[in-house]
Design a protein around this ligand. Structure first.
Ligand code: DC
Length: 253
């Protein structure tokens, strides 16, 4: 008898409560937007967040990288706005880009039927993506693709302009950042692990170059939406960042 009068375990409390977070999350499939500069940890964090919520992950940067790679495959210079725009139109109309979830929970990127998940991460393709993403027509074509991918909700989209342009009414918006030195350090260590010949100074210069390009372009520049929740990951572990973001998503559900 004494046992039945003791309070129920904490886990029961959540299950019994009709408006529990678990229930609310299961009912409403939100659109979650994550924007921020290169190297802020967006990819890792977006993947973890999508896994925790049971949502689909849409990496919009991968789409710009695919356009840059497709242009190169077609012999089109990244500086040729007109021809690159035609490549983007073709790639979208012919559904040549697909993001496919693999059995490990990761996302594989296919371009024209070929797995380019590794190829699009090359440094030169990153710079190419930054160049082609400044072209209005390229952005317009990929915008359609991105909106279709998020139309049913239950999705985490990561990029530069998700909360400002692609889904200005997203249910939860994050602007994820870190100092440029920390972002360059992370990138530098990643390159070294892959055996690439890189110096920290060159990596920092590249990070700053991409930031400047992404922030200063006239169309859909990288900026924090007024209603985006700011997360600075400079001095925080991944687990702390995810916990902060999950708590915020819960308030939006
Ligand atoms: O996130 P990423 O590094 O894979 O993005 C590659 C490039 O694409 C980056 O330089 C900026 C651009 N980009 C963009 O302009 N808008 C987005 N929504 C996503 C990426």
């Amino acid at each position: 008898m004494a046992a039945s009068s003791s309070p129920p375990p904490a886990s029961n409390t959540a299950i019994d409560a009709p408006e529990s977070l678990v229930t609310a999350r299961a009912i409403r499939r939100l659109v979650v937007a994550i924007d921020g500069p290169a190297g802020a940890g967006k990819s890792t964090i977006a993947k973890k967040l999508a896994d925790s919520l049971g949502y689909v992950l849409v990496d919009t940067g991968a789409m710009y990288r695919c356009v840059a790679l497709a242009a190169r495959q077609d012999g089109v210079a990244w500086t040729d706005e007109h021809e690159v725009s035609k490549v983007a139109a073709r790639v979208v109309a012919e559904k040549q880009i697909s993001l496919v979830r693999d059995e490990d929970g990761g996302v594989k990127v296919y371009l024209r039927g070929v797995d380019v998940s590794e190829a699009i991460r090359a440094r030169d393709v990153a710079l190419g993506a930054s160049s082609v993403s400044a072209y209005p027509e390229v952005r317009a074509h990929l915008l359609d693709l991105q909106r279709m991918a998020g139309a049913d909700g239950g999705v985490v989209l990561e990029g530069r302009d998700i909360g400002t342009v692609v889904f200005p009414d997203a249910d939860a918006k994050f602007f994820l950042t870190a100092s440029d030195e920390i972002r360059a350090r992370r990138r530098f260590e990643e390159l070294r692990e892959k055996g690439a010949d890189a110096s920290f100074e060159a990596t920092l210069a590249e990070v700053r170059e991409r930031d400047a390009r992404d922030t200063n372009r006239p169309i859909a520049p990288l900026r924090r939406a007024d209603d985006a929740f700011l997360v600075d990951s400079s001095d925080k572990s991944l687990d702390v960042v995810i916990a902060e973001m999950m708590a915020y998503v819960a308030t939006r559900a």
